[in-house]
Design a protein. Sequence first.
Length: 278
Amino acid sequence: MPRTVWYPGHMAKGTRKLKELAERLDVIVEVRDSRAPLSTSSPLIKSLAKIKPVIRVLSRKDLADPEKLALWMNAVKFSYSADLRKREGLSQIRRAIMKFKPSHREVRLAVVGIPNVGKSLLLNLLAGKSSATVGNIPGVTKSVSWYRNEGMLIVDSPGILDPHAKEGAHMVLSWLGCAKAEVVGGWENSALMLVKFLTHNDMAGLIPVEADESPAVTLEIIGRKYGCLISGGRVNMELAGQKFIEAFSSGRLGKFCLEIPGGEKAVDFKPDEADSVV
Ligand SMILES: Nc1nc2c(ncn2[C@@H]2O[C@H](COP(=O)(O)OP(=O)(O)OP(=O)(O)O)[C@@H](O)[C@H]2O)c(=O)[nH]1
Ligand SMILES: [Mg+2]
């Protein structure tokens, strides 16, 4: 049976380590992607929040639909939105962290979240140097490491996904670059689901071609547009899916939020039910 979740060994190890060291922390900084604040929450945050205060950072503000993001900023307690590439929002985050600094020593914090949301980039900005490796693929950081800066002792941690997520959930996260599509069903399947999601949720404007009734035909037209051709003029659908998802997640097709406060989680999307509605 094909895999539907991505949970390599470093995630299990990271989970154990974070739970072990949580008691020694003053505050936890959870990074989520502002384009899906519900679906990109950390599976560990419920248990961590029971023992330590949490500051929530919504990254990739620059790629999010501004109107929907404004709704989120009113709805989510302790949230800061940030464009980490431009350092926008950093001083507010730093101030929020420093409120937890005990008078006799530095503040101890861990940056946690699912893969590829910007944890290591935020850590580097807080630490004031490029100590942790940053990269635009999920799973760059593989271990829990401590970094020290004036007044702060910061833990970088690997992106951790829910090993018990429902079928399709990690495929949805692959649209944001937070899970590996090639591991959880393949680029073509993930892209077909994305086409269905966008059509079903009034976001067809983010599809780079005129959407056909059939998602497979739509993806084929996308593949032709992106030059994903193989012998006989046929489309390499896996490559077409990859190019479409990469363009979508990088924001080249437009700004978006897959979720609004009070609405459904994107990871709960059921493409089969959407079929009958479209
Ligand atoms: N446009 C934009 N890109 C961002 C933002 N924050 C992070 N990124 C990019 O997102 C990618 C992932 O950043 P990382 O800091 O490596 O993410 P991570 O959460 O540490 O990822 P893992 O270690 O794989 O779990 C990088 O290419 C960053 O430049 C942001 O606010 N806006
Ligand atoms: Mg990292």
